[in-house]
Design a binder for this molecule. Structure first.
Ligand code: NAD
Length: 479
């Protein structure tokens, strides 16, 4: 029995939809109300094996369909996602917590990913190389790598699913997807759109279960040739090790701890307002979320004051309520993480300027939190908070800010605000990060590569690089 407006949850295995009544289940909970939304069926080992077998079978047929026709299926799926956007945005907010306006943007962007890869699939060109053998011919062709196991997280359950499926399916690879168990409804909406659009049976399976058990079984299956994972660095390491045993290709989108260098040539109040909005988007549960605000002396106090005021003025509440700017955290683990990290930072000498506490005792609401001058050894200066927690740190010389920005093993996103060309160049050239935003927090679109360096993972999603991730190279020499 589910909540009104929340869809029945199912597995999709080898083209068959399996209801909760037929399997052991897990409760899906609304993070704003603590109420149970629905029962999620858990895949059995046999379900996983059948999904792999179906993917292996579907691979032959799906890769043989030409790229334009595969693209046509993806474009139809995009249109279906847009047609169902009002309904599915409610599902997404109910299970994940983000404000409805943000859920709508996420679904629209999911459709964008399918549309863009539908077109990009037409451009997986090979090449002809002048032959050395008389009358010979040497060709390079690009082929789909094979069935994919894709693991998507709970922070963007629709668009994270879309970005993996769009590129893999466009390239000709079937996918077995395991979305996060906490947010299955939005991921299933994407899967249903693809099935309705005409995706052949077996080209997509969607499974849920105990994450470590599902991933171990799927990654070990010989038919799986590629693994894509988005989540924490700790789990990414585990997945990379499992994939290495079978020499399977891997794309890893892991954690971050994004620095923002705010130079003294910008308007501190305007920059602070933009920073507050970016920090609190999706309640800070974003791998590219700005976290360490490194602020130059001359504007430091005005910036920090304005950032604190903007964060404190943010309306927190149930994402379905009009006017709410930040929803609850997606699960109680995040509340506990905020509590531990904030207390540790204050004990280490950080100054709590706003927030620092849970709001109410129903749902996972945490007040937007700003901590100034936490020392580098404070846990939160080293661990990804993945929540509405911002840190400020004063600097004088630009080189010192760059050193602090690069201090951590993470390297996903980094930002700087300056109108000075030399300062922008210092950041552009010196920052160790897969994504760099100069005077902007916008760094993600379907047409641009998204990925990190160092402990933030390897490989890219998005752009032509994202298609590459699902292709292998074959050389054919003919005499
Ligand atoms: P977690 O490390 O337990 O799980 C992270 C994600 O990985 C979840 O979606 C989970 O279902 C999945 N997962 C866990 N173990 C797995 C396994 N063995 N095989 C396959 N999938 C597995 O942490 P959490 O409490 O769910 O999330 C908190 C942390 O996760 C954050 O601190 C953040 O670093 C990271 N995270 C990152 C992203 C991202 O976009 N890069 C998204 C969500 C979570």
């Amino acid at each position: 029995m589910g909540a009104p407006d929340y869809p029945a949850l199912q597995l999709l295995v080898a083209g068959e939809w399996i209801d909760a009544s037929a399997r052991e289940t897990l409760a899906v909970v609304n993070p704003a109300t603590d109420q149970t939304l629905g029962a999620l069926p858990m895949a059995t080992a046999d379900d996983l094996d059948r999904a792999v077998e179906a993917a292996a079978g579907a691979f032959k047929a799906w890769r043989a369909i030409n790229a334009l026709e595969r693209g046509a299926v993806l474009k139809r799926a995009a249109a279906i996602i847009r047609a169902n956007l009002d309904r599915d945005a409610v599902t997404l907010t109910l299970e994940q917590g983000k404000p409805l306006a943000q859920a709508r943007v996420e679904l629209a962007s999911s459709a964008d990913w399918f549309e863009w890869y539908a077109e990009e699939a037409r451009r997986s060109y090979g090449r002809v190389i002048p032959a050395r053998l008389p009358g010979g011919r040497v060709e390079v062709v690009r082929e789909p790598v094979g069935p994919v196991a894709a693991f998507a997280p709970w922070n963007f359950p629709a668009s994270q699913m879309a970005r993996k499926l769009a590129a893999a399916l466009a390239a000709g690879c079937p996918v077995i997807a395991k979305p996060a168990e906490e947010t299955p409804g939005a991921a299933l909406a994407i899967a249903r759109a693809l099935v309705e659009a005409g995706l052949p049976k077996g080209a997509l399976s969607v499974v849920f279960g105990v994450p470590s058990e599902v991933s171990a079984r799927l990654i070990a299956a010989p038919a799986i040739r590629k693994v894509s994972f988005t989540g924490s660095t700790a789990v990414g390491r585990l997945i990379a090790g499992q994939a290495a045993a079978g020499l399977k290709r891997v794309t890893l989108e892991l954690g971050g701890h994004a620095p923002v260098i705010v130079f003294d040539d910008v308007d501190p109040e305007a920059a602070a307002r933009a920073c507050a909005v970016a920090k609190l988007r999706n309640a800070g549960q974003v791998c590219t979320s700005p976290t360490r605000f490194l602020v130059q002396d001359k504007i430091h106090d005005r910036f920090v004051d304005a950032l604190g005021r903007a964060m404190a003025a943010t309306t927190v509440g149930d994402g379905l309520d009009p006017g709410v700017e930040m929803g609850p955290l997606a699960n109680p683990r995040r509340i506990e993480a905020m509590r531990v990290l904030a207390a540790d930072a204050v004990a280490a000498g950080g100054r709590l300027l706003t927030g620092g506490e849970r709001i109410g005792n129903v749902g996972n609401f945490w007040a937007p939190t700003l901590i100034a001058d936490a020392p580098p050894q404070a846990r939160v200066m080293n661990e990804e908070p993945f929540g509405p927690l911002a840190l400020t740190h004063r600097f004088t010389e630009p080189e010192a800010a760059l050193a602090e920005a690069n201090r951590l093993p993470y390297g996903l996103a980094a930002y700087a605000f300056t109108r000075d060309a030399a300062r922008a160049q210092l950041v552009r050239g010196g920052i160790e990060s897969g994504l760099v935003g100069l005077n902007t927090f916008s760094v993600t679109w379907p047409e641009t590569p998204f990925g990190g360096v160092k402990d933030s993972g390897y490989g890219s999603e998005g752009g032509s690089e994202g298609l590459e991730a699902y292709l292998v190279t074959k050389l054919v020499s003919e005499a």
